[in-house]
Design a protein around this ligand. Structure first.
Ligand SMILES: [Zn+2]
Length: 180
């Protein structure tokens, strides 16, 4: 596994955004870019399987499973509103699940930014949506305070703002669960 490549920031032009729940803006990398990243960093030695699909009135939810070799490393739910066909919604929920699985491996595929925070702080550059910036990848000073995993500056900044702690994506998820 090439960790450095796995966790490397995506170029800004590959990052998309959409409005999420509760006033959050949801920044994400398309599943095709995530798949390409996994192929490169894991040398094609991974697979993704849809375990379950749930179709609700307005939304579909997909449970997907990521394996490296024969080992299940992660299961994650992806969801999508039904705006057109159920097939399209299932496809984008599957993409979402791939992203969430990859994020657990510290692939920087998903970011949430509270819209109100961005508005409050106006043009303050530090608080603008955390797009990747050009940065040296050689000497990465940003590390998770829980597990010491290398993280990006964006994840560092976001985590510090949100949790007052420097956490990788995985430990942010855990912090979020505990906060509920
Ligand atoms: Zn961590």
């Amino acid at each position: 596994m090439n960790l450095e490549l796995l966790t490397k920031q995506f170029p800004r032009e590959q990052i998309k955004s959409r409005q999420g729940k509760k006033g959050m803006t949801y920044y994400y990398v398309p599943a095709t870019s995530v798949i390409e990243r996994l192929n490169q960093a894991l040398n094609f030695n991974w697979s993704f399987t849809v375990v379950k699909e749930y179709i609700f009135e307005n939304e579909v939810v997909v449970l997907g499973e990521l394996k490296i070799g024969n080992e299940i490393v992660k299961q994650a739910f992806g969801n999508s509103p039904i705006n057109g066909s159920i097939g399209d919604a299932l496809k984008s929920a599957t993409s979402d699940s791939i992203r969430k699985n990859a994020a657990a491996l510290n692939v920087p595929a998903i970011f949430h930014t509270p819209s109100n925070t961005a508005e409050q702080q106006g043009n303050n550059q530090q608080s603008s949506p955390q797009f990747p910036q050009q940065q040296q990848q050689t000497d990465n000073p940003y590390r998770c305070s829980e597990c010491n995993a290398g993280i990006t500056k964006q994840i560092h900044d976001y985590s510090f703002r949100t949790f007052n702690k420097v956490l990788c994506m995985k430990h942010q998820q855990e912090a979020r669960k505990q906060a509920r």
